[in-house]
Ligand binder design. Structure first.
Ligand SMILES: *[C@@H]1O[C@H](CO)[C@@H](O)[C@H](O)[C@H]1NC(C)=O
Ligand SMILES: *[C@@H]1O[C@H](CO)[C@@H](O)[C@H](O)[C@H]1NC(C)=O
Ligand SMILES: *[C@@H]1O[C@H](CO)[C@@H](O)[C@H](O)[C@H]1NC(C)=O
Length: 319
Protein backbone atom coordinates (compact mmCIF):
# COMPACT_ATOMS: atom_id res chain seq x y z
CA UNK A 1 0.00 0.00 0.00
CA UNK A 2 1.46 3.33 -1.06
CA UNK A 3 0.62 6.20 1.28
CA UNK A 4 1.33 9.71 0.18
CA UNK A 5 1.06 12.56 2.67
CA UNK A 6 0.82 16.01 1.11
CA UNK A 7 0.37 19.31 2.90
CA UNK A 8 -1.61 22.02 1.16
CA UNK A 9 -2.97 25.26 2.53
CA UNK A 10 -6.27 24.78 0.72
CA UNK A 11 -7.36 22.63 -2.16
CA UNK A 12 -6.65 24.22 -5.50
CA UNK A 13 -9.17 25.19 -8.11
CA UNK A 14 -12.84 24.66 -7.61
CA UNK A 15 -13.68 24.90 -11.25
CA UNK A 16 -17.37 24.47 -11.08
CA UNK A 17 -19.11 24.67 -14.37
CA UNK A 18 -22.76 24.51 -13.60
CA UNK A 19 -25.00 23.10 -16.28
CA UNK A 20 -28.58 23.95 -16.79
CA UNK A 21 -31.20 21.29 -16.29
CA UNK A 22 -32.45 21.78 -19.85
CA UNK A 23 -32.09 19.33 -22.72
CA UNK A 24 -30.29 20.08 -25.02
CA UNK A 25 -28.03 21.65 -22.48
CA UNK A 26 -26.27 25.00 -22.62
CA UNK A 27 -24.30 25.33 -25.85
CA UNK A 28 -21.67 27.67 -24.40
CA UNK A 29 -20.44 25.26 -21.70
CA UNK A 30 -20.40 22.51 -24.34
CA UNK A 31 -22.52 20.20 -22.29
CA UNK A 32 -24.71 17.51 -23.80
CA UNK A 33 -26.77 14.63 -22.49
CA UNK A 34 -24.75 11.48 -23.05
CA UNK A 35 -25.86 9.14 -25.81
CA UNK A 36 -25.08 5.99 -23.83
CA UNK A 37 -26.85 4.35 -20.93
CA UNK A 38 -24.62 2.82 -18.26
CA UNK A 39 -25.89 -0.32 -16.57
CA UNK A 40 -24.99 -0.41 -12.84
CA UNK A 41 -25.89 -3.31 -10.54
CA UNK A 42 -28.72 -1.14 -9.19
CA UNK A 43 -30.18 0.23 -12.40
CA UNK A 44 -29.53 2.09 -15.63
CA UNK A 45 -28.16 5.60 -15.63
CA UNK A 46 -27.43 8.30 -18.19
CA UNK A 47 -24.93 11.09 -17.57
CA UNK A 48 -23.87 14.09 -19.60
CA UNK A 49 -20.78 15.01 -21.58
CA UNK A 50 -18.78 18.08 -20.60
CA UNK A 51 -16.14 19.45 -22.98
CA UNK A 52 -13.65 21.51 -20.97
CA UNK A 53 -12.83 24.92 -22.41
CA UNK A 54 -9.17 24.03 -23.05
CA UNK A 55 -8.50 22.40 -26.41
CA UNK A 56 -5.90 20.22 -24.70
CA UNK A 57 -8.56 18.49 -22.64
CA UNK A 58 -10.73 15.63 -23.87
CA UNK A 59 -14.47 15.49 -23.01
CA UNK A 60 -15.60 13.98 -19.72
CA UNK A 61 -18.78 12.05 -18.94
CA UNK A 62 -20.32 13.27 -15.70
CA UNK A 63 -22.87 11.52 -13.49
CA UNK A 64 -24.27 13.54 -10.60
CA UNK A 65 -26.33 12.34 -7.66
CA UNK A 66 -25.78 8.59 -7.99
CA UNK A 67 -27.24 6.77 -4.94
CA UNK A 68 -24.82 4.39 -3.20
CA UNK A 69 -26.95 3.37 -0.19
CA UNK A 70 -30.53 3.53 1.04
CA UNK A 71 -31.59 6.95 2.32
CA UNK A 72 -30.62 6.96 6.04
CA UNK A 73 -34.01 8.28 7.11
CA UNK A 74 -36.73 7.14 9.49
CA UNK A 75 -35.71 3.93 11.23
CA UNK A 76 -32.34 4.04 9.40
CA UNK A 77 -31.33 7.30 11.11
CA UNK A 78 -28.40 6.60 13.49
CA UNK A 79 -27.93 3.22 11.79
CA UNK A 80 -25.12 1.85 9.62
CA UNK A 81 -25.82 2.41 5.90
CA UNK A 82 -27.90 -0.20 4.10
CA UNK A 83 -27.49 -1.20 0.42
CA UNK A 84 -29.59 0.81 -1.98
CA UNK A 85 -32.68 -0.47 -3.76
CA UNK A 86 -32.72 -1.27 -7.45
CA UNK A 87 -34.51 1.19 -9.68
CA UNK A 88 -36.25 0.63 -12.98
CA UNK A 89 -36.03 2.83 -16.05
CA UNK A 90 -33.09 5.11 -16.82
CA UNK A 91 -32.00 7.55 -14.13
CA UNK A 92 -30.83 10.86 -15.61
CA UNK A 93 -27.83 11.83 -13.51
CA UNK A 94 -27.64 15.55 -14.20
CA UNK A 95 -28.60 17.07 -10.83
CA UNK A 96 -26.54 17.03 -7.66
CA UNK A 97 -28.23 15.33 -4.74
CA UNK A 98 -28.98 17.43 -1.68
CA UNK A 99 -26.10 17.61 0.80
CA UNK A 100 -26.33 16.08 4.27
CA UNK A 101 -27.93 18.26 7.00
CA UNK A 102 -25.37 20.76 8.24
CA UNK A 103 -25.03 24.19 9.82
CA UNK A 104 -23.01 26.46 7.53
CA UNK A 105 -20.45 29.02 8.69
CA UNK A 106 -21.99 32.50 8.86
CA UNK A 107 -19.95 34.81 6.61
CA UNK A 108 -22.46 37.63 6.26
CA UNK A 109 -20.45 40.13 8.31
CA UNK A 110 -17.16 40.16 6.40
CA UNK A 111 -15.45 42.58 8.80
CA UNK A 112 -16.11 40.24 11.70
CA UNK A 113 -15.24 37.12 9.68
CA UNK A 114 -11.92 38.52 8.45
CA UNK A 115 -10.78 38.89 12.05
CA UNK A 116 -10.86 35.09 12.29
CA UNK A 117 -9.95 33.83 8.83
CA UNK A 118 -7.86 34.96 5.87
CA UNK A 119 -9.22 36.68 2.77
CA UNK A 120 -8.34 33.60 0.71
CA UNK A 121 -10.33 31.35 3.02
CA UNK A 122 -13.28 33.75 2.85
CA UNK A 123 -13.22 33.68 -0.96
CA UNK A 124 -13.11 29.88 -0.80
CA UNK A 125 -16.13 29.80 1.53
CA UNK A 126 -18.02 32.13 -0.82
CA UNK A 127 -17.47 29.70 -3.69
CA UNK A 128 -18.32 26.57 -1.73
CA UNK A 129 -21.36 27.65 0.33
CA UNK A 130 -23.82 28.07 -2.58
CA UNK A 131 -23.44 24.32 -3.22
CA UNK A 132 -24.53 23.51 0.32
CA UNK A 133 -27.95 25.10 0.68
CA UNK A 134 -30.07 22.20 -0.57
CA UNK A 135 -29.94 19.83 2.40
CA UNK A 136 -31.72 16.60 3.19
CA UNK A 137 -31.15 13.55 5.32
CA UNK A 138 -31.54 11.62 2.06
CA UNK A 139 -27.95 12.45 1.08
CA UNK A 140 -25.96 9.26 0.44
CA UNK A 141 -25.01 9.99 -3.16
CA UNK A 142 -21.80 10.27 -5.15
CA UNK A 143 -20.71 12.02 -8.36
CA UNK A 144 -18.62 10.44 -11.11
CA UNK A 145 -16.32 12.17 -13.65
CA UNK A 146 -15.01 9.74 -16.26
CA UNK A 147 -13.06 10.33 -19.47
CA UNK A 148 -15.73 10.12 -22.18
CA UNK A 149 -15.48 6.93 -24.14
CA UNK A 150 -15.68 9.00 -27.34
CA UNK A 151 -18.51 6.96 -28.78
CA UNK A 152 -16.55 3.73 -28.66
CA UNK A 153 -19.16 1.32 -27.41
CA UNK A 154 -18.05 -1.37 -24.98
CA UNK A 155 -14.57 0.12 -24.93
CA UNK A 156 -12.70 -1.53 -22.09
CA UNK A 157 -10.80 1.51 -20.92
CA UNK A 158 -9.57 0.78 -17.45
CA UNK A 159 -8.78 4.12 -15.90
CA UNK A 160 -7.38 4.33 -12.37
CA UNK A 161 -10.02 5.56 -9.89
CA UNK A 162 -9.58 8.51 -7.52
CA UNK A 163 -12.13 8.86 -4.70
CA UNK A 164 -12.19 12.24 -2.94
CA UNK A 165 -13.26 12.52 0.71
CA UNK A 166 -14.03 16.15 1.53
CA UNK A 167 -13.05 17.83 4.79
CA UNK A 168 -14.43 20.70 6.95
CA UNK A 169 -14.47 19.47 10.52
CA UNK A 170 -16.78 16.43 10.12
CA UNK A 171 -19.63 18.93 10.32
CA UNK A 172 -20.29 20.49 6.95
CA UNK A 173 -19.48 20.51 3.20
CA UNK A 174 -20.04 17.83 0.58
CA UNK A 175 -18.37 16.23 -2.40
CA UNK A 176 -20.65 18.23 -4.72
CA UNK A 177 -18.60 21.47 -4.91
CA UNK A 178 -15.46 19.63 -6.01
CA UNK A 179 -15.68 19.40 -9.77
CA UNK A 180 -13.54 16.50 -11.01
CA UNK A 181 -13.92 17.31 -14.72
CA UNK A 182 -10.49 18.79 -15.39
CA UNK A 183 -8.68 16.26 -13.21
CA UNK A 184 -10.44 13.34 -14.90
CA UNK A 185 -9.64 14.69 -18.35
CA UNK A 186 -6.07 15.83 -17.72
CA UNK A 187 -4.93 12.79 -15.74
CA UNK A 188 -7.05 10.09 -17.38
CA UNK A 189 -8.81 9.10 -14.16
CA UNK A 190 -12.30 8.23 -13.05
CA UNK A 191 -12.82 10.79 -10.26
CA UNK A 192 -15.53 10.12 -7.67
CA UNK A 193 -16.67 12.64 -5.04
CA UNK A 194 -18.84 11.41 -2.20
CA UNK A 195 -21.29 12.71 0.37
CA UNK A 196 -21.39 11.12 3.81
CA UNK A 197 -23.36 11.86 6.97
CA UNK A 198 -21.96 14.74 9.01
CA UNK A 199 -22.11 16.23 12.48
CA UNK A 200 -24.47 14.62 14.93
CA UNK A 201 -26.11 12.39 12.31
CA UNK A 202 -22.74 11.11 11.12
CA UNK A 203 -20.39 11.08 14.08
CA UNK A 204 -22.35 11.13 17.31
CA UNK A 205 -21.74 8.10 19.49
CA UNK A 206 -24.96 7.71 21.42
CA UNK A 207 -23.52 4.90 23.59
CA UNK A 208 -27.04 3.98 24.41
CA UNK A 209 -26.17 0.70 26.10
CA UNK A 210 -24.58 0.25 29.48
CA UNK A 211 -21.33 -1.22 28.20
CA UNK A 212 -18.93 0.93 26.22
CA UNK A 213 -19.00 -0.07 22.59
CA UNK A 214 -16.97 1.01 19.63
CA UNK A 215 -18.02 4.45 18.40
CA UNK A 216 -20.91 4.69 15.96
CA UNK A 217 -19.15 6.83 13.32
CA UNK A 218 -21.89 6.39 10.70
CA UNK A 219 -20.10 8.94 8.51
CA UNK A 220 -17.10 6.63 8.21
CA UNK A 221 -19.40 3.68 7.55
CA UNK A 222 -21.00 5.69 4.73
CA UNK A 223 -17.54 6.15 3.20
CA UNK A 224 -16.97 2.40 3.37
CA UNK A 225 -20.38 1.80 1.76
CA UNK A 226 -19.46 4.21 -1.04
CA UNK A 227 -16.19 2.31 -1.60
CA UNK A 228 -18.13 -0.98 -1.81
CA UNK A 229 -20.47 0.58 -4.37
CA UNK A 230 -17.49 1.85 -6.37
CA UNK A 231 -15.81 -1.57 -6.29
CA UNK A 232 -19.01 -3.18 -7.58
CA UNK A 233 -19.88 -0.62 -10.22
CA UNK A 234 -16.96 1.53 -11.34
CA UNK A 235 -15.93 -0.79 -14.19
CA UNK A 236 -19.02 0.15 -16.22
CA UNK A 237 -17.89 3.78 -16.00
CA UNK A 238 -14.44 2.84 -17.36
CA UNK A 239 -12.73 2.64 -13.96
CA UNK A 240 -10.43 -0.12 -12.72
CA UNK A 241 -11.81 -1.48 -9.42
CA UNK A 242 -8.38 -2.92 -8.60
CA UNK A 243 -6.70 0.48 -8.85
CA UNK A 244 -8.52 2.80 -6.45
CA UNK A 245 -6.83 5.72 -4.69
CA UNK A 246 -8.60 7.28 -1.72
CA UNK A 247 -7.76 10.97 -1.29
CA UNK A 248 -8.87 13.05 1.68
CA UNK A 249 -8.46 16.70 2.61
CA UNK A 250 -8.37 18.02 6.18
CA UNK A 251 -10.78 15.97 8.28
CA UNK A 252 -11.31 13.95 5.09
CA UNK A 253 -7.61 13.01 5.30
CA UNK A 254 -8.15 11.90 8.90
CA UNK A 255 -11.09 9.77 7.69
CA UNK A 256 -8.86 8.17 5.04
CA UNK A 257 -6.27 7.43 7.72
CA UNK A 258 -8.95 5.82 9.92
CA UNK A 259 -10.10 3.66 6.98
CA UNK A 260 -6.46 2.67 6.36
CA UNK A 261 -6.17 1.36 9.90
CA UNK A 262 -9.75 0.11 10.40
CA UNK A 263 -10.41 -3.58 10.84
CA UNK A 264 -13.76 -2.95 9.11
CA UNK A 265 -11.88 -2.36 5.84
CA UNK A 266 -10.24 -5.51 4.47
CA UNK A 267 -6.76 -4.50 3.32
CA UNK A 268 -6.35 -4.12 -0.42
CA UNK A 269 -9.99 -4.85 -1.22
CA UNK A 270 -11.70 -1.45 -1.39
CA UNK A 271 -8.77 0.86 -2.11
CA UNK A 272 -5.11 0.43 -2.91
CA UNK A 273 -3.43 3.80 -2.40
CA UNK A 274 -4.11 6.74 -0.13
CA UNK A 275 -3.38 10.47 -0.29
CA UNK A 276 -3.69 12.52 2.89
CA UNK A 277 -3.77 16.29 2.36
CA UNK A 278 -3.46 18.69 5.29
CA UNK A 279 -4.37 16.20 7.98
CA UNK A 280 -4.20 12.67 9.32
CA UNK A 281 -5.52 10.56 12.15
CA UNK A 282 -2.58 11.88 14.19
CA UNK A 283 -3.66 15.52 13.88
CA UNK A 284 -4.65 16.85 17.32
CA UNK A 285 -8.12 17.80 16.03
CA UNK A 286 -8.85 14.43 14.45
CA UNK A 287 -10.34 12.77 17.53
CA UNK A 288 -12.44 14.02 20.43
CA UNK A 289 -10.42 13.95 23.64
CA UNK A 290 -13.27 12.75 25.79
CA UNK A 291 -16.03 10.77 24.08
CA UNK A 292 -17.79 10.27 27.40
CA UNK A 293 -18.38 14.00 27.61
CA UNK A 294 -20.35 13.73 24.36
CA UNK A 295 -22.25 10.74 25.67
CA UNK A 296 -23.15 12.87 28.67
CA UNK A 297 -24.41 15.66 26.40
CA UNK A 298 -26.69 13.21 24.63
CA UNK A 299 -27.91 11.77 27.91
CA UNK A 300 -29.06 15.24 28.94
CA UNK A 301 -31.02 15.57 25.71
CA UNK A 302 -33.38 12.67 26.15
CA UNK A 303 -36.17 14.94 24.88
CA UNK A 304 -34.50 15.19 21.44
CA UNK A 305 -36.62 12.58 19.74
CA UNK A 306 -35.13 11.00 16.62
CA UNK A 307 -38.58 11.67 15.12
CA UNK A 308 -37.75 15.37 14.88
CA UNK A 309 -36.93 16.74 11.43
CA UNK A 310 -33.15 17.16 10.93
CA UNK A 311 -32.97 20.94 11.53
CA UNK A 312 -34.99 20.62 14.74
CA UNK A 313 -32.98 17.61 15.89
CA UNK A 314 -29.66 19.38 15.27
CA UNK A 315 -30.88 22.46 17.12
CA UNK A 316 -32.21 20.38 20.00
CA UNK A 317 -28.92 18.53 20.46
CA UNK A 318 -26.92 21.76 20.26
CA UNK A 319 -28.93 23.53 22.96
C1 LIG B 1 -33.07 20.11 -3.85
O1 LIG B 1 -32.91 18.74 -4.14
C2 LIG B 1 -34.13 18.08 -4.51
C3 LIG B 1 -33.84 16.60 -4.65
O2 LIG B 1 -32.81 16.36 -5.54
C4 LIG B 1 -34.64 18.69 -5.80
O3 LIG B 1 -35.85 18.07 -6.16
C5 LIG B 1 -34.85 20.17 -5.60
O4 LIG B 1 -35.20 20.76 -6.82
C6 LIG B 1 -33.58 20.83 -5.09
N1 LIG B 1 -33.88 22.21 -4.74
C7 LIG B 1 -33.08 23.22 -5.12
C8 LIG B 1 -33.50 24.59 -4.65
O5 LIG B 1 -32.09 23.06 -5.79
C1 LIG C 1 -19.81 43.41 11.81
O1 LIG C 1 -18.78 43.11 12.69
C2 LIG C 1 -18.10 44.24 13.18
C3 LIG C 1 -16.87 43.79 13.94
O2 LIG C 1 -17.15 42.69 14.75
C4 LIG C 1 -19.06 45.08 14.03
O3 LIG C 1 -18.41 46.21 14.56
C5 LIG C 1 -20.23 45.47 13.16
O4 LIG C 1 -21.21 46.14 13.94
C6 LIG C 1 -20.86 44.29 12.50
N1 LIG C 1 -21.84 44.72 11.50
C7 LIG C 1 -23.07 44.28 11.45
C8 LIG C 1 -23.93 44.81 10.34
O5 LIG C 1 -23.52 43.45 12.26
C1 LIG D 1 -2.80 1.95 -11.38
O1 LIG D 1 -2.77 3.03 -12.28
C2 LIG D 1 -1.52 3.69 -12.37
C3 LIG D 1 -1.68 4.89 -13.27
O2 LIG D 1 -2.14 4.49 -14.54
C4 LIG D 1 -0.46 2.73 -12.88
O3 LIG D 1 0.80 3.38 -12.90
C5 LIG D 1 -0.41 1.53 -11.95
O4 LIG D 1 0.49 0.57 -12.47
C6 LIG D 1 -1.78 0.90 -11.77
N1 LIG D 1 -1.70 -0.11 -10.75
C7 LIG D 1 -2.23 -1.31 -10.90
C8 LIG D 1 -2.08 -2.24 -9.75
O5 LIG D 1 -2.81 -1.64 -11.90
Amino acid sequence: MLILVVYFITLPALTSKVVSGETPMDEKTQTFISSRVVRTKYGDIRGFIVTPESRYLEPVEVFRGVPYASPPVGSLRFMPPVSGAQWSGVKIAEEFSPVCPQVLPDIRNETAVLKRISRGRLEYLKRILPFLTNQSEDCLYLNIYAPAQAGVRDAVARYPVLVFVHGESYEWSSGNPYDGTVLASHAGLVVVTINYRLGILGFLNPRSDEFPRSPANYGLMDQIAALHWIKENVAVFGGDPTNVTLMGHGTGAACVHFLLTSLAVPEGLLFHRAILMSGSGLSPWSLVADPNKFAAIVATHANCSPELTPPLLLRCLRE
